[in-house]
Design a protein around this ligand. Structure first.
Ligand code: BG6
Length: 489
């Protein structure tokens, strides 16, 4: 297919996501010659502006290395901008004519990226279906969360989409599925005999999947307040990681075989009980600098009495024979002390201890960001005459081991997958449905009972009560382990 004309239409081209993420991404793909040679890009939005304006706005976010200048010029020559409404069919007919102009030959494919607000989502998809589908090639649509805000609204959206496109045409982005270490989870689990036999309730005490961010909502308060951290990060990114960590081995690597397993493991999870959820909201740090002084409620776009969580810990149980009783702890928060996303698989204590209680638990750590790493914490004899134990690690830190490797950004991989028609790293309709089934009741409860989130200070580790939640979920943290950065020579 790569020899034929392709058109990538970016709807919502004047927005934040477009300039910060999508334009840079398509530029990198173009620069690295990863896209079909004859690809045209069209930005579409309500804003009346020129391509020059689009260029100007995204400039700050587009990295250009010395020597790339002529390629960048070529890239912008392959771009166009069309302004039009989201709800009028005639505007889309005009867009269609515009696309057709560069579609010489027997085959031409189209991809539509919907970086548009949820309020216009239905109009946009109907109009694409009615006026813009390719008559001589494939039409694929890429969509971004929010995919509804509960089971009902998500179901409504899904049936709306299903009335317009086939599931094979719909690419639901969860950009965590495009991250290197998230993609590595299946390899780690299923290509290593050392892990497979111990990956179960007999050996594993608990699994912690966490996401931390060192900044608050900063200008996104309007969107964030009607969603909250559970919908923004936990119900999608963290639950996706959970399914890859917990699922059974798929029959093959075929995308549908993988997604079948992901759905299956989710079906073993009961809706979360309020007692297994802890929520927090950040307050300003009076001794902090700049933004740190501001709490969530100080954001002018957030109602003064908002009870929307910016931090959450949920303890999830998978009722199948592999995992029954093993707590999967999902933890996420904004305005914390650091940026980090990782999975910690904590093994049980060694039975029949002969080391007088000095052994610490093994932990397999999969660090998604920053700095991809895979390390296994284990006990070893301290080198030398003494017969002491020490905590150490087998360490695969990518920046040390693969110094030349260039890890692509999640969006780059995922958009390329859409061109090649690979749905493995996209969310299938039934996965989404399960995710909402698990989270909707507790979200409703939080909202109708207006449960007050626990306060935590901007820049801290989160509410203190969260540590107790981890401890009661059989996750042991001793604080004695220190990772030492290996020296470079
Ligand atoms: C997005 C959330 O999906 O993921 C944001 O809406 C969050 O709130 C972001 O900041 C985090 O993505 P990353 O790739 O920076 O970890």
């Amino acid at each position: 297919d790569f020899q034929y004309p392709h058109t990538f239409v970016l709807l919502g081209a004047s927005g934040d996501l477009a300039k910060k993420k999508i334009y840079p991404t398509i530029w990198y793909l173009y620069r690295d010659n990863l896209l079909p040679k004859n690809t045209k890009f069209i930005g579409y939005a309500r804003t009346k502006q020129t391509l020059e304006d689009v260029k100007e706005k995204s400039k700050k976010y587009i990295k250009v290395r010395p020597g790339d200048e002529s390629k960048l010029k070529e890239f912008w020559e392959a771009n166009d901008y069309v302004s039009g409404s989201y709800d009028k069919r005639v505007d889309y007919e005009f867009l269609n004519q515009h696309i057709s102009k560069s579609e010489k030959g027997p085959v031409a494919n189209r991809i539509f990226y919907l970086a548009v607000p949820p309020t216009v989502f239905e109009d946009v998809t109907v109009n694409i279906r009615n006026a813009c589908v390719s008559i001589k090639g494939y039409t694929r649509v890429i969509i971004e969360k929010p995919f509804g805000r509960d089971d009902e609204s998500s179901e409504k959206l899904s049936s709306h989409l299903a009335g317009l496109f086939k599931e094979e045409q719909i690419y639901r982005i969860d950009h965590y599925l495009g991250k290197e270490m998230v993609q590595n989870l299946m390899t780690i689990r299923f290509a290593n005999q050392i892990f497979s036999p111990s990956w179960n309730r007999e050996n594993i005490a608990s699994i912690l999947i966490s996401f931390k961010e060192p900044f608050g909502t900063e200008g996104r308060g309007g969107y964030f307040d009607s969603f909250g951290i559970v919908r923004d990060v936990m119900q999608n990114h963290l639950l996706q990681i959970l399914s890859l960590v917990a699922m059974e081995k798929p029959v093959t690597l075929n995308p549908n075989d993988i997604r079948d397993e992901k759905v299956k493991v989710l079906r073993h999870i009961k809706p979360i009980d309020l007692k297994n959820l802890l929520v927090g909201q950040y307050v300003g740090n009076p001794n902090g600098q700049g933004e740190e002084k501001l709490g969530y409620l100080d954001d002018p776009t957030v109602p003064k009495d908002s009870v929307t969580p910016t931090y959450a810990v949920a303890v999830i149980y998978i009722d199948n024979s592999r995992w029954q009783g093993v707590p999967f702890i999902l933890r996420c928060g904004k305005a914390l002390n650091e940026r980090k996303a990782e999975v910690r698989v904590q093994y049980k204590d060694v039975p029949g201890d002969i080391f007088e209680g000095h052994t610490k638990r093994n932990e397999l750590v999969i660090r998604v960001q920053p700095g991809e790493a895979l390390y296994l914490k284990l006990m070893s004899k301290s080198p030398g005459m003494k017969f002491d134990l020490m905590e150490t690690e087998l360490d695969l830190t990518y920046s040390m081991r693969y110094r030349e490797a260039d890890v692509p950004d999640a969006y780059e991989r995922l958009i390329l997958d859409v061109f090649t028609g690979t749905q493995m790293h996209f969310v299938r309709n039934d996965e989404l449905k399960e995710a909402w089934r698990i989270f909707t009741p507790v979200l409703k409860k939080l909202e109708t009972e207006r449960i007050k989130p626990l306060p935590y200070m901007y820049g801290s580790r989160g509410p203190r009560e969260a540590d107790a939640k981890l401890a009661e979920s059989d996750f042991k943290y001793s604080g004695s382990y220190k990772w030492q950065k290996p020296s470079l020579d």
